[in-house]
Design a protein around this ligand. Structure first.
Ligand code: ISE
Length: 347
């Protein structure tokens, strides 16, 4: 029987998820679209063939005809909606970040622990991107010798919403790097410092963060939310015996007028299209089997990203390097079982 999914949040990311479920996820049906803006919910439902629409997410989560939920609402609603899903016993794929507050992440983990099983998978989709997967493999197989550094840059054409702030460059955008770097390198962070370059046009400025890991490696992260020229994600791991880096995906190159051009994506949805597909497929496996996908991010990973982000914002505000002290990892999150991506799905 097909898994009946409710999509909560029908904006930019929500319609991306609707498209994946409708076109590329046999085994799941887009049962309902919920958005506080009824017209928006209806428009996405009509476009992707969903029968039902709603405006109240909490009543949707408790409906008996909903098997699982995808949350793609604004950041500050992720934790309360995830909590409602746990309490209703529904598996949920929640967009990142779980919360901008590490203590709110702890509250979500406490409820998940009291129920005794995992319900929340987070949408840190880069873990499913081919480039990061190959980088992780290189590290796991010790192909580069001891890892010394990982450099990252993350450039958007422009900020996604008018209310986007410098702090969100860290809590929203950089949360991807915070998550994927610790996943790829298999380390935690010890400290973070953040610096901002001054722009004269009033838009959100670029932030550069330098982190130290608990294994004495250095991680640099540039977030430039108003880079203008394209959506550009780069990463390079430097080891004692070699390095590995992300190659920009460009299917064509144009040579003309004594110049050579490749193209950039305009945002993350096309750049990480395959990663979203793999991630959502892994989520479906989680819903069907109850086994948390080994590669995916859970509430503990959400807590780690929030904890680093909090320290990063504090460093930006105070101009001082911050050390990162995390709580002990709860037992529930210590062992993940493999399912989905490694075993069941090939593009
Ligand atoms: C956005 O929320 C995302 O998740 C994108 O992947 C990221 O590139 C962008 O900077 C964020 O604002």
């Amino acid at each position: 029987m097909s898994v009946r999914l409710a999509l909560i949040g029908a904006g930019l990311m929500g319609s991306g998820h609707a498209s994946i479920v409708a076109k590329s996820l046999p085994g799941a049906s887009l049962h309902l679209i919920c958005d506080s803006d009824f017209k928006q919910a209806r428009a996405v439902a009509d476009e992707y063939g969903s029968q039902d629409v709603a405006t109240d997410p909490y009543s949707v989560i408790s409906r008996p005809d909903i098997d699982a939920v995808i949350i793609a609402t604004p950041d500050d609603t992720h934790a309360p909606l995830s909590l409602a899903c746990i309490k209703a016993g529904k598996r949920v794929l929640c967009e990142k970040p779980l919360s901008q507050s590490s203590s709110e992440c702890i509250s979500v983990m406490e409820v998940e622990q009291s129920v005794g099983e995992q319900f929340v998978m987070l949408g840190f989709m880069r873990r499913f991107d081919q480039a990061y997967m190959e980088m992780k493999e290189a590290v796991d197989q010790d192909q580069l010798g001891r890892v010394l550094m990982m450099h990252n840059y993350h450039r958007n054409v422009e900020t996604p919403t008018p209310d986007f702030t410098s702090a969100m460059a860290i809590t929203n955008s950089a949360s991807h790097e915070f998550d994927v770097v610790r996943h790829v390198l298999g380390v935690e962070y010890y400290s973070i410092n953040s610096h901002k370059a001054r722009r004269l046009d009033g838009v959100v400025e670029p932030v550069l963060m330098i982190l130290e890991t608990t294994d004495n490696q250095i991680v640099s992260i540039e977030i430039n939310n108003n880079a203008s020229y394209g959506y550009d994600i780069q990463a390079e791991i430097v080891g004692e015996q070699g390095s590995i880096s992300v190659n920009n995906i460009a299917f064509t190159k144009t040579d003309r007028n004594l110049a050579s051009f490749t193209r950039y994506d305009s945002d993350w949805r096309s750049r990480f299209q395959e990663a979203y597909l793999r991630q959502n497929y892994a989520f479906l496996g989680f819903v069907e089997s109850g086994i948390f996908p080994e590669m995916a991010s859970d509430c503990w990973d959400g807590y780690c990203a929030a904890k680093v982000a909090e320290a990063g914002v504090e460093a930006l505000v105070t101009g001082m390097k911050q050390t990162i002290e995390m709580i002990e990892k709860p037992k529930l999150y210590q062992a993940k079982n493999g399912v989905g991506i490694e075993t069941g799905f090939c593009l």
